[in-house]
Design a protein around this ligand. Structure first.
Ligand SMILES: NC(=O)c1ccc[n+]([C@@H]2O[C@H](COP(=O)([O-])OP(=O)(O)OC[C@H]3O[C@@H](n4cnc5c(N)ncnc54)[C@H](O)[C@@H]3O)[C@@H](O)[C@H]2O)c1
Length: 276
């Protein structure tokens, strides 16, 4: 798809992967609306991109604010072509120390933070998908990219809430992609792993580097999104693990089995019907 003139909404667009994607889509000729709660970061990006691109304040958990934003975009541009539903947080705040803490204790003590992770990462994406659909139907090449994660594909023992929130999005994708396709909107998901955005607790990064794994750049994840918008098919999951590997594409629902490449057959126990 040629991105020139496309109307693109990016949530969590003020920094990190969202801002890197804003830069790429703007360069490709799209008109970008970067939405975030980080007004200072958003204004800086808006200045760097220049008109017609803009920053708008949006808390993705705020249903009424979603309605107002989509209405504004419809009024100004007639609709939305691209929605990158990217805003997200981890359980532990950016830069906080993490290693050695007890995850069960942590979640028990701060269940509100668990709710916040689910509200932003999962509910915020669902709300966006629901609210954007009517503004996207009937527009050529309309495409929603959902931000999941490698943590949505496999157990994420160092951040329960995060892993749960990202896995739920793949269930949403599996259900919605065929329904949205019937309404002319492609829905895909991206699953990055270890992108150097600063979202993780500081010592996650140190541990990752100490174990010989480096970080991918935010531009690498943004390049995956740009390529998905051109090549992605409904229901696909794009893994963006490391810049040396390019992007791996899997159809749902085969993702977990293919990713783990589990050898052998499943265990089978016989069913014995109840008698009498
Ligand atoms: N960095 C990684 O390694 C990695 C890997 C897989 C998935 N992801 C996902 O990528 C997405 C972007 O993360 P990032 O790595 O660029 O981190 P980031 O912290 O740099 O960016 C996240 C953005 O979301 C915004 N945000 C937070 N709460 C919000 C809300 N309620 N409403 C609107 N915006 C909100 C933040 O202000 C921030 O600008 C997240 O969903 C994250 O889970 C990141």
């Amino acid at each position: 798809m040629n991105l020139k003139g496309k109307i693109a909404l990016i949530t969590g667009g003020a920094k990190g992967i969202g801002a890197a994607t804003a830069r790429r889509l703007a360069r490709a000729g799209a008109i970008v609306w970067a939405a975030d709660v980080d007004d200072a970061g958003g204004r800086e990006l808006e200045k760097a991109l220049g008109a017609p691109h803009r920053y708008v304040h949006l808390d993705v958990t705020d249903e009424a604010a979603w309605g107002a934003l989509v209405a504004d975009m419809k009024a100004l541009h007639g609709g939305i072509d691209i929605a990158f539903l990217n805003a997200g947080i981890m359980f532990r705040p950016r830069g906080a120390p993490a290693l050695g803490d007890d995850l069960v204790e942590l979640v028990t003590k701060d269940f509100n933070r668990y709710r916040q992770v689910m509200a932003i990462n999962t509910d915020g994406v669902l709300l966006g998908a629901l609210r954007c659909l009517p503004a996207m139907e009937g527009r050529a090449g309309a495409h929603i990219v959902v931000m999941s994660s490698d943590s949505g594909l496999r157990a994420h023992p160092w951040d329960l809430a995060y892993g749960m929130s990202k896995r739920a999005l793949l269930s949403m994708l599996e259900t919605f992609a065929p329904l949205y396709e019937k309404r002319g909107v492609t829905m895909t998901a991206i699953c990055p792993a270890g992108v150097d955005s600063g979202i993780s607790p500081a010592d996650f990064k140190q541990r990752r580097i100490a174990s010989g794994q480096d970080y991918a750049s935010t531009d690498f994840a943004a390049a995956a999104v740009e390529t998905m918008l051109q090549e992605g098919k409904p229901g696909e999951v794009w893994m963006a693990r490391h810049q040396d590997h390019g992007f791996w594409v899997y159809p749902l629902p085969a993702v977990p089995a293919q990713v783990d490449a589990m050898p052998g057959k499943p265990k089978i126990f016989p069913y014995v019907p109840m008698q009498g």
